[in-house]
Design a protein around this ligand. Sequence first.
Ligand code: NZQ
Ligand code: ZN
Length: 385
Amino acid sequence: MQNFEFYNPTRILFGKGTIAQLADHVPAEARVLVLYGGASAEKNGTLAEVRAALGARTVREFGGIEANPTYETLMRAVAAIRAEGLDFLLAVGGGSVIDGTKFVAAAVNHEGDAWDILRTHGADVTGALPFGSVLTLPATGSEMNSFSVISRAETKEKLAFGSPYVFPRFSVLDPEKTYTLPVRQVANGVADAFTHIMEQYLTYPAGGMAQDRFAEGLLLSLIEIGPKVLADPHDYDLRANLMWIATLALNGLIGAGVPQDWATHMIGHELTARHDIDHARTLAIVLPAMLRVRREAKRGKLLQYAERVWNLREGTEDERIDAAIARTRAFFESLDIPTRLSAYGLGTETIDGVIGQLEQHGMTALGEHQDVTLDVSRRVLEASL
Ligand code: NZQ
Ligand code: ZN
């Protein structure tokens, strides 16, 4: 097992009716900015519950944070906070609102150009406003991690940053708040969480016994509940399981002490930035092709995945690997998520552009062995046509 440092200070308030507990976790004297996305949080009553829980505190609101939150919009929130002297942020929404809030928290007291936070991937963040979150979409794990992905509309860029200063102080996870999600977003959540686990699990054997079994347990659970959670929006236990699995998939636990890949995500981010495809859908396009192209480097773990997750024990090694990759693709397709670029109206002409963006962003040595060069990324994109 590799050396590691594990730190996760986020308090989780999980279950029915837990939004009321905001009253105990937002400081009584806080001057709060509530950040949210489009209309969903107002429509399904989440914002009303938040306002009630915040009681007599000074509260301002900032709505309109987009899916794939933009720097341009978020800088308006930064200006509002500075103008009004606000000192505590509360994100109400999915990964986009929480990621956006992390950026705002880091940008308020950042000196110089705030885009440098993304350019340096968080290295120049030296502090952040305290914030909490109320999660309405299980998918990204942003509610319990220190990462954030921000887009810049002007330049069609999408970059990530991470900093220990941007862990949420707390996150409220009430599964009932997910009942109003469109089926497409629930499917996206399953696929995103699935891929987060794969990025930390499907590398090479590194002797992380608990990490492997934990990752396999999460994958098996997602495979079991995936189709059911789409079919029945009001099954509390299914929603509760999805919510907690998605959080555990990217809160640092399963990735501690083991190699990590993340090449699928880096290529996926460029597809979103250039072609506006939902984050999770880009992963469903890239991951099966990534596994195929890098099957030799990943052989040991692919065989373990085939056996322990898909129960594939018959045939030659190569047959089992082929079958495991086919099952992965079929799982995404069973969620009604197409796994080919062509299904999104894209062909070979898109590949040069994506490769150019990867190069511009220094994404030239990705993966657990840093051997995913631009040439390998090109082959992955060709395999995903
Ligand atoms: O804007 P509103 O009206 O709220 O609608 C949202 C949005 O359109 C809707 N929604 C959310 N909760 C709802 C709801 N609709 C009905 N009922 C509810 N309860 O869902 C739509 C999508 O929301 P969004 O927050 O964009 O989705 P998601 O949580 O999948 O977040 C995606 C973003 O997270 C980033 C992605 O790149 C993308 O920008 N990621 C963040 C990560 C992290 N911080 O660790 C890791 C991930 O790999 C990912 O990159
Ligand atoms: Zn993701």
